[in-house]
Design a protein around this ligand. Sequence first.
Ligand code: HEC
Length: 139
Amino acid sequence: MRLHIPLLAFALMIVGTQCAFAHGDGAPQPVDTTGLKPLGEDMVMTNPYRGDAKAIEIGARGYNSNCARCHGLDVKSGGMAPDLRALPPDDDSDGWYLSRVLNGAVRDERVKMPPFQGLLSQEAIWAIRSYIDAQPDDQ
Ligand code: HEC
């Protein structure tokens, strides 16, 4: 059998596009962290960017495309998931934040929050944390 290469390539392209769509809004979105100090391979356990304007700006984008659908726009929870402004912006709660983001929250095989390990870089994870920390929690 002779394969028709251009046709095959075209067919694969269509399948590829449909898979991308099938994942819909739920697929984790990569975050471009250009401009942030690179953090290397080892996981940093406390937020190295707290208060950094560039990290807050990048984190806003990362938050909106990965977290806002559950945790709410502007980090104001609509009740579907905890209000992340309630986490104190300090090193102690960084550890809890990190473990939740890496591992997600899975209970009785129900995924309440998907794990982001391997999907978001640690630069992106800490930029998102910087954005969350920068939100006033007065309302
Ligand atoms: C599919 C919905 C969903 C998405 C998307 C999601 N979360 Fe969550 N998240 C939840 C739920 C639900 C909980 C509460 C889990 C529980 O009951 O233990 C939670 C808990 C958390 C907690 C612990 C909060 C606390 O007060 O204990 C943190 C931190 C967190 N999420 C951060 C994030 C970040 C950062 C993102 C984006 C990178 C994100 N989540 C994306 C649903 C989501």
